[in-house]
Unconditional design. Structure first.
Length: 437
C-alpha cells in the first residue's frame, strides 16, 4: 500500500514536472525576468540580518495583559525584555531600517547590475546610476532628512521598473554609439567615468521628470501613486469569501514582486482588530465569542509569511540542492516569526509559475480550515491583540490563551508542507538536472 502511494506521488510529480517544467524554464531564461530574480539575491543577506533585529525589538508578550504580581519568572523575563525593547526601540531597529528597510534600494542596484551584466555593459556603473535615479524618484528631502517610506518593500515594484529601464536607456547609448571617442592612452577608469556621464544625465532627466509630472498631477510621487492604484478599495473583508478574495489578491501581487501584504494589511488588520475587540467584550461578559473574522485568522493566513511558506522552508532545509538547503536553514528562524522575504525573493517564488500555485492556494486552505475550526469551537476565537513578529505558536497562544490553538497552528504547518511538497519536488528535480549538466 505504501509502495503504491509512493508510486502515485512520483507519477504526479512527473506529470507536474512535464507540464510546468518547460514553461518555467522558458520564463526563467527570459533576460529581464532572470535579472529580477538574480537582482533580488543582492538584498538577501540584508533581509536575513535585518529580520533578526526586528524580532529582537518585538518580544512575544502582550504587555497589557501582564500582571507582575502573578507572573512567573519566564513572563517577568519577557516583560523585562519588552520594557527594554520599548525604551530602546529606535536603537534596536536601526540595523533593520538600514538593511531590511532599504531592500527596494538594494534590489534596484542588484536588478540593474544583473541585467547590465547580461548585456555585457558595465554592471557596477549601471547599478549606481539606478540607485541614484531610484533615490530621486522614491524619496523626498525636508530639512535635511530623507523619507525612507519607499526605500523598502513598498518601493520594490518601482525598483523592478527602474532596475530594468535604466539599463535599457544606458544600452541605447551603447547601441547607437553615443559616446566620446577617446584615445587609447586614456586609462579605462577615466574613459568609463566620462562615458557614464551622458547615460546618467539622461536617466535623471527622464525619470525624475516623470516623477515631477506625477507630483504635479496627483500630488504624490510615483511610488505613492503606484501604491494608491494597487490598494484595493474593498469593503468585503467581513465575510469568508471577501477575506479570501483580498488574500488571493495580495498573493498574486507578491508573485510580481509587489509587497501584497502591505497593500491588503490596512483592510484586514482594521477589520481583525475590531472583531477581536468585540470578542473581548463578549469574553468579559461571559458570553460565547461569535466574531470569526478576528485578528487571529489574519495571522493564520501568514504563518511563515505570505503564502504560508513554513512548510516550504522545512522542505528546503533537507533538499538535495545545496542552495535550497542553505537558504531554507537561514530562513527558518525568520520564518517562524512570519518573515519570509528571503524565500520569496531568494528561492525565488516571484515570477515562479510552479511555486506560485501553492503560494496562492495554501493560505486559502488554511484560512478556510481556521474559519470552520473557530465556527465549530475546535479552537478558541481570538480575543487578544497578540504582538506582531512573534513566533507563530506564541501568537496562537497569546491571541486566545488556549493551547488547542497552538496545536492547530502546527497542524497548519503540516498542511503547508503537504501542499508545497509536489511543487517543490518538481522545482528541485529541475534544479538537480541543471547541476548535473
Amino acid at each position: 500500500m505504501s509502495s503504491n502511494k509512493k508510486e502515485k506521488s512520483g507519477n504526479m510529480i512527473e506529470r507536474l514536472n512535464s507540464l510546468l517544467g518547460p514553461v518555467a524554464m522558458k520564463i526563467g531564461n527570459q533576460r529581464h525576468l532572470k535579472a529580477i530574480s538574480s537582482g533580488m539575491f543582492f538584498a538577501l543577506p540584508f533581509m536575513v540580518v535585518g529580520a533578526f533585529f526586528l524580532i529582537i525589538a518585538n518580544p512575544p508578550i502582550n504587555i497589557d495583559a501582564y500582571n507582575p504580581d502573578t507572573a512567573g519568572i519566564f513572563l517577568k523575563a519577557l516583560a523585562g525584555w519588552k520594557f527594554w525593547a520599548v525604551a530602546n526601540y529606535d536603537a534596536i531597529t536601526a540595523p533593520y531600517t538600514l538593511t531590511f528597510g532599504i531592500i527596494g534600494l538594494l534590489s534596484s542596484f542588484g536588478i540593474s547590475y544583473s541585467l547590465a551584466n547580461d548585456y555585457k555593459l558595465n554592471a557596477a556603473t549601471n547599478g549606481l546610476i539606478t540607485m541614484v535615479t531610484y533615490l530621486l524618484v522614491c524619496t523626498t528631502i525636508k530639512d535635511g532628512s530623507i523619507n525612507l517610506e519607499y526605500l523598502g518593500s513598498n518601493g520594490l515594484f518601482v525598483a523592478i521598473i527602474l532596475g530594468l529601464l535604466v539599463v535599457e536607456v544606458t544600452r541605447f547609448f551603447e547601441v547607437k554609439g553615443i559616446k566620446l571617442k577617446l584615445p587609447d592612452s586614456v586609462p579605462p577608469m577615466v574613459a568609463n567615468f566620462i562615458n557614464s556621464l551622458l547615460p546618467l544625465l539622461a536617466n535623471i532627466l527622464i525619470f525624475y521628470s516623470i516623477n515631477l509630472v506625477f507630483i504635479s498631477s496627483f500630488g504624490a510621487n510615483f511610488p505613492a501613486v503606484v501604491m494608491q492604484v494597487l490598494t484595493p478599495g474593498l469593503n468585503i473583508a467581513g465575510s469568508l469569501g471577501g477575506l479570501l478574495a483580498i488574500v488571493v489578491f495580495g498573493q498574486v501581487l507578491w508573485l510580481f514582486g509587489i509587497n501584497g501584504t502591505s497593500i491588503i494589511f490596512p483592510i484586514i488588520f482594521t477589520l481583525g482588530l475590531s472583531q477581536t475587540g468585540l470578542n473581548a467584550e463578549q469574553f468579559a461578559a461571559g458570553e460565547p465569542m461569535t466574531h470569526l473574522m478576528n485578528l487571529q485568522i489574519f495571522r493564520i493566513s501568514v504563518i511563515g509569511g505570505a503564502g504560508n511558506t513554513l512548510g516550504l522552508v522545512l522542505l528546503m532545509m533537507y533538499s538535495k540542492v545545496p542552495k535550497f538547503k542553505t537558504l531554507g536553514r537561514l530562513s527558518f528562524i525568520p520564518g517562524i516569526c512570519s518573515i519570509n522575504e528571503p524565500i520569496i525573493f531568494g528561492m525565488p517564488i516571484v515570477f515562479n509559475p510552479i511555486l506560485g500555485i501553492p503560494f496562492i492556494l495554501t493560505p486559502v486552505v488554511t484560512i478556510v480550515l481556521t474559519y470552520f475550526a473557530e465556527k465549530f469551537s475546535i479552537i478558541t476565537n481570538g480575543y487578544i491583540v497578540d504582538p506582531s513578529f512573534s513566533p507563530f505558536f506564541a501568537q496562537a497562544y497569546l491571541s486566545s490563551m488556549d493551547w488547542k490553538n497552538v496545536v492547530f497552528t502546527f497542524f497548519l504547518v503540516a498542511v503547508s508542507f503537504v501542499m508545497y511538497y509536489p511543487f517543490f519536488k518538481a522545482v528541485e528535480k529541475e534544479e538537480l538536472k541543471l547541476l548535473a549538466e
